[in-house]
Write a protein that binds this ligand. Structure first.
Ligand code: ZN
Length: 169
């Protein structure tokens, strides 16, 4: 496993649309292992492959609270097959938009279908933080960032803040 570099805005790679994975094999599991290690190292609760420059439909996540046993989760080719009509606001952040947080409204619940670490198909109902996080990560697969939901002014301000942050780092 290796920690990879996380791309930050305004890197144009983050706008790329990711393609479906054809087969869940050892090479893909190695990618998922690297993604998980990169996410834990950041630290963050979710990461899409495009954030390390790989345009594949792969997401890793761990929503366990600090001090709890880690609960790594893997989502390959995820699809939303149902979304609740009710939406909820949540203050989101993103490893590709460091130190920026803002409220985004998303479906309160979504039913998702994906392949897991072993390539088995899973259908699951996501609620609460899980629902927010999977919708945020699935947006990455379409080249969409949470700041794309904000006003143009807020978005431009966020990108210039990140530029400054990266310059001094
Ligand atoms: Zn993100």
């Amino acid at each position: 496993m290796a920690v990879r570099e996380i791309l930050v805005v305004p890197d144009p790679i983050l706008k790329q649309v990711s393609t479906p994975v054809e087969v869940v094999d050892d090479a893909l599991r190695a990618l998922m292992d690297d993604m998980l290690e990169t996410m834990y190292h950041a630290p963050g609760i979710g990461l899409a492959a495009i954030q390390i420059g790989v345009p594949k439909q792969v997401i890793v996540m761990d929503l366990a609270a600090k001090g709890e046993t880690p609960q790594p989760r893997y989502f390959v080719n995820p699809k939303i097959i149902w979304a609740s009509p009710e939406s909820v606001p949540y203050e989101e952040g993103c490893l590709s938009v460091p130190e920026i947080y803002d409220e985004v409204e998303r479906a309160a619940q979504v039913k998702i279908r994906y392949l897991d670490y072993h390539g088995h198909e899973v259908t699951e109902l996501a609620e609460g933080l899980f629902s927010v996080c999977i919708q945020h990560e699935m947006d990455h697969l379409k080249g969409v960032l949470f700041i794309d939901y904000l006003s143009r002014l807020k978005r431009e301000r966020a990108v210039s803040k990140v530029r400054k942050l990266v310059r001094v780092a």
